[in-house]
Design a binder for this molecule. Structure first.
Ligand code: NAD
Length: 262
């Protein structure tokens, strides 16, 4: 992993850092010089990713957290400050997609709706709320939320997930005004379909894999390239960006997908 020092002296919290996009983000932020707190419901996975960041030559620690628990999110941000002396960057990547359980609203168990919204949307809100005063006290900072192409173009049959990500996108835009007054920028990323455990079904099914690959203008993307967008949004190079929801989806939402995808 290429190492730079553009984020030297900054402390970053990455939720959902134990897997997928969050793990790639933790590694990239660490390689860019930030001290990374890897946070995940799976505490062992978070610790393993923190070990990788350190093995890459960076600095990291880990925390087990359930982002659907408001008090746990507050404790996470306080722990980052206590351990590392400040807080400058938060990437909210924790999230769930439950095809099959989540689906068409007419058939969905209300408990599934509550859980998906509770983790994806309320979890993002809790982490932003808990981080804000620490970011301000550290001289300002950058929050990167994780929306989705589904905030812009739902697949269908994942109603709770799409609603949660639409909520993350609009929370990000609305929050930018108040956050700006305390020197905090807040943006969201909307990736396309990336090979992570969340999307295992797509990658294990050749027809789905091929159809999804065709739906992206320049082919499928990796977690590492999404992490480069996160590092950009964390860095001063993105100072003009706040309240932005960046589609970084290789064109998935830019044009009509093949009929095979329904
Ligand atoms: N993979 C994609 O194609 C894709 C596309 C667009 C958006 N996203 C979003 O990116 C984010 C990361 O997804 P991913 O693909 O890396 O999935 P992933 O399943 O690989 O990782 C998600 C991580 O979040 C953690 N997590 C789940 N519930 C949690 C909770 N309550 N508290 C704390 N941590 C929790 C999991 O343990 C896991 O480590 C999600 O918000 C997802 O919706 C993913």
């Amino acid at each position: 992993m290429t190492s730079t020092s553009e984020l030297a002296g900054r402390v970053a919290v990455v939720t959902g850092g134990g897997s997928g996009l969050g793990a790639a983000s933790a590694r990239a932020l660490g390689a860019a010089g930030a001290t990374v707190v890897v946070a995940d419901l799976d505490a062992d996975a978070a610790a393993s990713v923190a070990d990788v960041v350190v093995a890459d030559g960076g600095a990291a620690s880990s925390v087990g957290v359930d982002v659907a628990d408001a008090a746990a999110c507050a404790a996470l941000m306080a722990t980052a400050v206590e351990r590392h002396g400040g807080l400058h960057i938060v990437h909210n990547s924790a999230g769930v997609a439950w095809p099959g359980r989540d689906g068409f609203t007419g058939d969905m168990d209300a408990a599934v709706w509550d859980q998906v919204i509770g983790i994806n949307l309320s979890g993002t809100f809790y982490c932003c709320r808990s981080a804000m005063a620490h970011l301000a006290a550290s001289g300002g900072g950058s929050i990167i939320n994780t929306a989705s192409s589904m905030a812009h173009l739902p697949l269908g049959m994942l109603d709770a997930y799409a609603a949660s990500k639409g909520g993350v996108a609009m929370l990000t835009r609305s929050m930018a005004s108040g956050a700006g007054r305390v020197g905090v920028r807040v943006n969201a990323i909307s990736p396309g379909y990336v090979d992570t455990p969340m999307n295992a079904l797509i990658w294990q099914t050749p027809q789905l894999h091929d159809a999804f690959a065709q739906g992206h203008a320049t082919g499928l993307q990796t977690a590492e390239e999404i992490a480069e967008v996160v590092v950009f949004l964390a860095s001063d190079a993105s100072r003009s960006f706040t309240g932005a929801v960046l589609t970084c989806d290789r064109g998935w939402t830019a044009f009509k997908r093949p009929e095979a995808l329904g």
